[in-house]
Design a protein around this ligand. Structure first.
Ligand code: ADP
Ligand code: AMP
Length: 217
């Protein structure tokens, strides 16, 4: 199954993508995580992306599309979950063309619906594992020991772009550049919606049902 998760920052896309990855062997492709890794490694792409990410702007479409093409060039054995891509109509058109060239079907686009107040609260309480992108939440899903990942025992960080001012900018950018994709995929007959305000387990349950996963456990 090949999926796109669409929704504002903080809606829970990454949280659910990681759950589906574990349960159904899909592959989460988070453009944000890939870009952060490039920045950490100091690659040319990382340096190019840094200024945009710090200020909450989108990295230019051509850069992102080239990155996705190389990401999808290798592993074809598993279905994918696109987490944070596409974010503009131009990226969606380029992705449609890529899928058509490779004869890969897109099964569904899941819209994570949440209000601004919830998103602001979630992002200001988000703690991330910079080594693998796993997230916790100081309010809704705290780690056992504050600041430490339950699984790998390493430190958690608060992302610099999760600060209030940058979050406000990212939500504006989502509104102006990314919400047109809702109509784009609705017209294509691909759009499903989940209530992202529900607890993590409820959203996961809703997703499994909406996507008609078989052998759910
Ligand atoms: P996104 O990938 O859409 O930006 P995340 O998955 O990182 O969002 O989730 C944002 C924050 O909200 C994280 O701190 C996460 O632990 C928390 N979170 C995710 N889903 C839920 C939920 N359904 N209810 C409450 N908190 C959630
Ligand atoms: P995210 O981790 O999805 O919140 O993304 C963090 C930042 O990475 C965004 O604010 C953008 O600067 C950049 N980014 C991630 N995905 C994309 C994309 N598809 N298009 C443009 N910029 C992106």
């Amino acid at each position: 199954m090949n999926l796109i998760f669409l929704g504002p920052p903080g809606a829970g896309k990454g949280t659910q993508a990681r759950l589906l990855e574990r349960r159904f062997g899909l592959r989460q492709i988070s453009t944000g995580d890939i870009l952060r890794k490039h920045r950490e490694e100091g690659t040319a792409l990382g340096k190019q992306a840094e200024g945009y990410m710090k200020s909450g702007e989108l990295v230019p479409d051509d850069v992102i599309v080239a990155m996705i093409e190389s990401e999808l060039a290798g592993d074809h054995s598993r279905g994918f979950i696109m987490d944070g891509f596409p974010r503009t109509v131009s990226q969606a058109q380029a992705f449609d063309a890529l899928l058509a060239r490779q004869a890969w079907p897109l099964d569904a686009v899941v819209l994570f619906a949440a209000d601004k107040q919830t998103l602001l609260a979630r992002l200001s309480a988000r703690w991330s594992n910079p080594r693998n992108g796993r997230t916790y939440n100081a309010l809704t899903n705290p780690p056992k020991v504050a600041g430490i990942d339950d699984q790998d025992g390493g430190p958690l960080i608060q992302r610099e772009d999760d600060r209030a001012q940058t979050v406000a900018k990212r939500l504006d950018v989502y509104q102006s550049s990314t919400t047109p994709l809702i109509e784009y995929y609705r017209k294509a007959g691909k759009l499903l919606e989940v209530d992202a305000l529900a607890p993590v387990d409820t959203v996961a349950h809703d997703l499994v049902h909406a996507l008609h996963f078989e052998h759910a456990h």
